[in-house]
Design a protein around this ligand. Sequence first.
Ligand code: COA
Length: 266
Amino acid sequence: MCRAPQPIKKGTMDIEITKSSGILRIVFNRPDKKNAITGAMYQAMVDGMRDAEADPAVRVILIAGQPQIFTAGNDLEDFMKTPPMLAESPVFQYMQQMIRATKPVIAAVSGAAVGIGTTLLLHCDLVYAADNAKFSMPFSQLGLCPEFGSSLLLERSAGYRRAAEKLMFGEAFFADEALQMGLVNRVVPADQLADFAQAQAMKLAALPASSVRATKRLMKADDRAALEARVTEENLAFSAMLRAPEAKEAFAAFFEKRKPDFSRFV
Ligand code: COA
C-alpha cells in the first residue's frame, strides 16, 4: 500500500489530483494567485470527485492547499469575465458534487481560507486546521451574499449570532475560534498538519467502507433537501449580485489595490 501517488488527471495543473492507498487527494496548487479558484479548477475538482465516486478503490477524499495558503476563494477576475450561470457552471456543479458525495471528505487547512475556501469546509466530514489557519467569508464586503449553503449550515454549527457576525462583517477569524464554532475538528501545529491529515485519512480508509458511507448517509439524510433548496436560492441571489454595480466596485477596488466606495449605492 506504499505506492507513490499516481497522477490521474492532466487538465489544469492548478489542481493536483492523485490517488494512493485508497485516498484521492485534491490539492490547490496555484500559489502565485493564492490558490484562487477558476472555472477550470472547479471543473478539475468535479471530474476528480466523480472519478472518486465511481472508483471502488477510493475510500476517502482529502482536500488540501499549500502551507501558507489554503485558497483565496473564487478567482475574482474569472468570476467577472464569466459569471456563473445556473446549474451547468463548474462552480455550481462542484457544490452539487460535494453535497452529494457518498465517500468521506477530509480537509486539511493551512494559511488563509477565503470565501468558498471556508464554506466548502461546511460540507467536509472532518476538518483539520493548522495553527496558522485564517478563515473568512467576505461576501458582504464584495457586494455578494452567502453561498454553498453557508446561510444555513454556519448557523447550525456556530449559532445565529456568531454566524451573522462572520457572514455580515466578513472579517477573518483564526483556528481557535473556528474550533469553538464547530467548523474544525482539531488544530495542530502547522508543520504537522499534512502528516496528521494523511494519517487520519489512512485510518478512515482502513475501516469498512460500507460502514463509513452508511454513517455519512444517515447523518446527512435529514438535511439534504433543505440544503439543496437553500443552495439553489443562494445561487440565484449570488448570480444576480455578481452582475450588480456593488460587486463591480468591490472587484475593481481589489485589483486596483484600493478601498471600495459603496456610498453611492442605496
Ligand atoms: N482572485 C483573483 N486573484 C487573486 C485572488 C482572487 N480571489 N486572491 C489573490 N489574487 C491574486 C492577487 O490579485 C495577486 O495577483 P498579482 O500578483 O498579479 O497582483 C496575487 O494573487 C497575490 O495576492 P495578494 O493580495 O498580493 O496576496 P496577499 O498575501 O497580500 O493576500 C489574500 C492574500 C488571500 C488575503 C488576498 O489576496 C485576498 O484578500 N484575496 C481576495 C479574496 C477574496 O475576496 N476572495 C473571493 C471570496 S468570494
